[in-house]
Ligand binder design. Structure first.
Ligand SMILES: N[C@@H](CCC(=O)N[C@@H](CS)C(=O)NCC(=O)O)C(=O)O
Length: 257
């Protein structure tokens, strides 16, 4: 198998899912680190041709391009069936609920409440991104739809940040996150569904790491079984090589190292 190439960003939540899926699967890949904040490389026409959602991660394999972390996770599980187990009926509903959850809203909303200057900075950056996107859209008619979708996505992000009470929205997201955690089964072995990891283990590990990173670890306090599961999983070599952040580093975000 030719070595797949993973377009990813160090601080990106969904990139962490892709990195962890590939690391647990033991699949080697070439990492192409993207600057999604300052240089906004994900919005370039060249990357838009690879991933029309203009998001990271994307995995280029010899059989095609996977442009979403859930697809990459599914692919890793399919490539290495001996490494993973399939969960019971609770697994697909947990994965669906996880992917329907706005981790971005919770992460940025929490940060904006903690550092109110961000309530001014972030919408401003997004508005600037929309202006740049409109310019790119005019210059690259072949990617017009991709750019239109991206503009709409960024306008929705601005709406989330500036309309109504951010405090209420973050509080609602915390309630949903608590429900998401409550629906995870009690681990039935070293992992959620026995002695091998499942796709749900990968996603849950990144989710709990993110809660820790944003200072919302208390949302897991009612599940000591999952705290113990996380301690076990996060000590495995696969997890340790995947660079799943539990601590935010502005320096790493800016230097990509
Ligand atoms: N559903 C996608 C979501 C990917 C996503 O939202 N990635 C974020 C980083 S975590 C991103 O690329 N943000 C930059 C942007 O949207 O411009 C997936 O699972 O891969």
């Amino acid at each position: 198998m030719a070595t797949p190439k993973l377009y990813n960003a160090l601080p990106s939540y969904y990139s962490m899912i892709a990195r962890l899926a590939l690391a647990v699967a033991g699949i080697d890949y070439t990492s192409r680190l993207m600057d999604i904040h300052r240089r906004r490389e994900q919005l370039s026409p060249a990357y838009g041709a690879i991933n029309p959602h203009m998001t990271v991660p994307a995995l280029v394999t010899e059989t095609g391009i996977l442009d979403d972390s859930r697809e990459i996770l599914k692919w890793a599980v399919r490539e290495r069936p001996e490494v993973f187990v399939e969960g019971d009926g609770s697994e697909p509903s947990f994965l669906d609920a996880h992917y329907a959850f706005s981790i971005e809203g919770l992460t940025f909303g929490t940060a904006m409440l903690r550092w109110p200057i961000l309530q001014w900075v972030l919408p401003r950056l997004l508005r600037k991104a929309c202006i740049a996107l409109r310019r790119q859209q005019a210059a690259h008619p072949e990617l017009s739809e991709a750019f239109a979708n991206k503009i709409a996505q960024n306008e929705a992000r601005i709406g989330f940040f500036i309309e109504g009470s951010l405090k209420d929205k973050v509080a609602a997201l915390r309630v949903t996150a608590t429900h998401l955690i409550a629906q995870v089964p009690v681990p039935s072995g070293a992992y959620l569904y026995g002695d091998k990891p499942s796709a749900a283990d990968v996603v849950l590990a990144v989710f709990l790491a993110r809660l820790k990173m944003i200072g919302a670890g208390a949302l897991v306090a009612h599940r000591p079984d999952l705290i113990a599961w996380f301690d076990r999983f996060s000590a495995t070599p696969g997890y340790q090589s995947a660079d799943v952040w539990t601590v935010f580093s502005l320096k790493r975000l800016l230097t990509h190292r």
